[in-house]
Unconditional design. Sequence first.
Length: 115
Amino acid sequence: MSALERLDHPVTPLRTDAWAANAPHTRVQYRLQAEAEPDSLCRILNLFALQFLVPQQVHVQHADELMHIEVQIGGLSWHRAELIGQKMRNLISVVEVQLEPCLPTASTFEPRLAR
């Protein structure tokens, strides 16, 4: 079954985690600081795209010479979340990466459809 065919089943992860196959899937939040370079955000988001993952929320704020980036994403094991975090740390433009479980709160972004 291709990745496109599996889009009908959002509960099923698009790519299994061979190292943590039986681990529960969770929602996590990455908090990053990266140099404000034109390609920094693309390089960070590409790490998710390579895993067939789409973030649920991305927030970027440019301050001085740094970008403060928050990414919330679900449907991956903690092991895979840590691996992606390590890959982020290896990017030359990334200054700092924090990974934490994402707890549901009232401030979670929920898009509303226009009528």
